[in-house]
Ligand binder design. Sequence first.
Ligand code: ADP
Length: 268
Amino acid sequence: GSDDAAARADRRADVPSNRSGTPLLKVTGLQKSFGDHEVLTSIDLSVRQGEVLALIGPSGSGKTTALRCLNGLEQPDAGRVEFDGGPVVDFSPATPRRERDSLRRRSAMVFQQHNLFPHMTVLQNVIEGPVQVQRRPRKEAVAEAVRLLERVGLGGKHEAYPHELSGGQQQRVGIVRALALKPSLLLFDEPTSALDPELVGDVLSVIKELAQEGWTMVLVTHELAFAREVADEVVFMDGGVVVERGHPDRVLRQPREERTRRFVHRLL
Ligand code: ADP
């Protein structure tokens, strides 16, 4: 009905937009080792405004590490990152902390485990970043949090503590906490892998809605059917390299590379 349309238009207004038409995020030559173990060999990734990029691949292939490099949780050994046509950040172990932090402010991550503060209520968890880190007025942050919690079906849970929620509800709070930071880019690190199977659907449908509203996302997932449904591009990684990338239907249904074929057949 028209109410729905109005609500959708209203929510779309939340979605940050870039007008430049360049990729929102462009990463080239990303490298990362832990000790002698080279986890990312030389990865290129780019995602346009409003697109969803799904990173798939076997466990240990470097997907999470790549994601953590994108928002500055890991310090890459080498590579260049460009955000929304802004200054290129050239990574080396000597890259100043503040440059890494400038990337971190652009994106927000939803973790495998929700990482909520156990001693804080749902509402406190959601406003912590906006108020303490971003220094936004508390009243505004609360109003925003209330609205976002409502959206994901957690309107009645403001005063609950994380342990009083189901895993799926906790993860939806995790998503709201990321949205409350008003990032340009949402990063999801296997957001449903720690959930009981019956709770996965609710979380995936929230992510799908966000994708439909035009949020730009990089999503690490084992849910290949979901990747096919929401992603604009699928990147298959194995052993720290990008083996194959392309349209989800093409990569998942007609993989060109043997390694992709084996992986996809096992899971689809
Ligand atoms: P994926 O997300 O594809 O499962 P990860 O990025 O989590 O892969 O891990 C890639 C490899 O990097 C694994 O072998 C993992 O053990 C290693 N690794 C990840 N983080 C660390 C770390 N902080 N210290 C040492 N090794 C790590």
